[in-house]
Design a protein around this ligand. Sequence first.
Ligand SMILES: CC(=O)N[C@H]1[C@@H](OP(=O)(O)OP(=O)(O)OC[C@H]2O[C@@H](n3ccc(=O)[nH]c3=O)[C@H](O)[C@@H]2O)O[C@H](CO)[C@@H](O)[C@@H]1O[C@H](C)C(=O)N[C@@H](C)C(=O)N[C@H](CCC(=O)O)C(=O)O
Ligand SMILES: Nc1ncnc2c1ncn2[C@@H]1O[C@H](COP(=O)(O)OP(=O)(O)OP(=O)(O)O)[C@@H](O)[C@H]1O
Length: 489
Amino acid sequence: MQTSELFSYFTIKTVIGELPLEIDHIHVDSREVQENSIFICTKGFTVDSHEFYHEAIDRGATVIVSEKALDVDESKAAVVIVKDTYKALAHIANKFYDYPSSKLNIFGVTGTNGKTTVTTLIYRLLQHVNQKAALTGTIGFEMNGTRMKSENTTCDLLTNQKLLQETVDRDISNMVMEVSSHGLCQGRLWGIDFDVVTFTNLSQDHLDYHDSMEQYGYIKGLLFAQLGQDLKREKYIVLNEDDPWFKTYSFWSPFEVISYGLQTDADFTASNIQYKSDHTTFTLHSPEGEYDLKAPLLGEFNVYNILAAMASLFAKGIHVSEMVEAFIDMEPINGRMEKLKLDVPVDLYVDYAHTSDAIEKSIQAILPFKQKRLIFLVGTGGDRDPHKRPDMGKKASAADYVILTINDPRTEDPNKIVADMEKGMLHENYVTITERKAAIAHAIEISEPGDIVVFAGKGQEDYQVVGTKKVPHSDFDLAREFAEKKYKK
Ligand SMILES: CC(=O)N[C@H]1[C@@H](OP(=O)(O)OP(=O)(O)OC[C@H]2O[C@@H](n3ccc(=O)[nH]c3=O)[C@H](O)[C@@H]2O)O[C@H](CO)[C@@H](O)[C@@H]1O[C@H](C)C(=O)N[C@@H](C)C(=O)N[C@H](CCC(=O)O)C(=O)O
Ligand SMILES: Nc1ncnc2c1ncn2[C@@H]1O[C@H](COP(=O)(O)OP(=O)(O)OP(=O)(O)O)[C@@H](O)[C@H]1O
């Protein structure tokens, strides 16, 4: 691509030195710069990468995009000064990759809880109807069955554009994206032309980052506003009609709303719900009629997730009957109320609940088939939103016995983290154990045949962040190891 074309959008800019005719790469991280690239300096929360332009040039950057004049040898690199390098990044990246999102069906899913589940369901349902799809989110990036890890739920702007282009290059027509409030707030989705955007729910989380629940809700709503105003396009909004934000979000975009819910007469709803220990059945009511549905997902919250996923695909013309079939052989969602396949006299589940609402929903999912005790192990992360911790303890109190522990201690004092959760406990039947492995061992040790144990907070993750380092850790492996030791002597 002609380098000058990449800058054609900007009316106000200063070019110092001579732009190379062509460039081969774009980078925002000086440590990754390759030969003949543009390096775009941005101000992050931790560093301002205007400090790293020398390193970028040493590695082969031939153009530096900056918000200020830099001391650069013109024979090595040109400098383009713009008012806002992050906006420049959005335009340059979209143009460089030739606006990949306009060539794809893009599904975006946002909300406090349920994003991974709903995006995974959309992805799997698309595959069931033989449509190629890619998926990005907390569990990484998945395409044609290959998975790569990612640092964030919603990747940075440049990575998103690269992933979209790769999706186009591989002749995949659908991209399903988990959209976090941080991603929206930091413009990581700028330039992405969504086709269907879906909202799960909003409850307390991330108040260390957002000033208030109201601000958090408005930030989430940016996704709906991001659908644009071009009414020649077919775009849809899928909303949870039972959530208090339903009306607000409905009004934020001129595109049609497809609703789902259990408490109102939504477009997609369910009745006669039966909750079992490894599946759920219900009668689905949809614009295409009624169907009996059986899915290997547990709890009412997953009925919401199933309705959300089906409504999102219905928006794109996929028939409800085809989707209903797909649930019959579906695998559970990894680490989301996933029952361990283990021949022991206790039922063990690994879940990813790490907000108070998710903890409440996770416990509610177990109650319909609980015969003896529910032992609930729950943790929260260090250096993140301490405001939510007492309410997490409060909601966990609905279990018979609670083990308060830590998901990722990071750099915070472990005793402080569990003490914050302990403040909310409503009964005395609990213990605090800061080391997660010891907490898991304790849960198994005190369990008795017929009990149910839920390990909440880490889901499928295979590490813990201790200090600033990732150390190997798996709730699945530890629960299995301790349970086999105790029950298979
Ligand atoms: C607070 C926050 O959101 N931080 C995000 C932010 O980091 P940052 O601003 O600190 O980045 P920085 O280190 O200052 O770097 C600024 C720029 O300098 C560049 N750099 C840096 C060092 C260097 O030597 N050379 C260089 O060029 C970097 O590549 C970057 O372009 O930009 C990074 C790149 O996009 C993100 O990875 C990072 O997410 C951090 C890891 C994070 O933990 N974020 C959480 C809060 C988050 O975003 N979570 C949501 C999910 C929430 C949920 O629903 O659970 C998510 O979408 O992941
Ligand atoms: N619709 C829902 N309503 C409330 N809680 C839910 C819902 N769906 C899932 N959960 C709970 O939240 C946990 C995380 O689910 P999931 O990973 O799908 O959400 P998420 O929004 O992707 O979370 P994150 O962004 O932190 O990855 C689940 O393990 C479950 O306990």
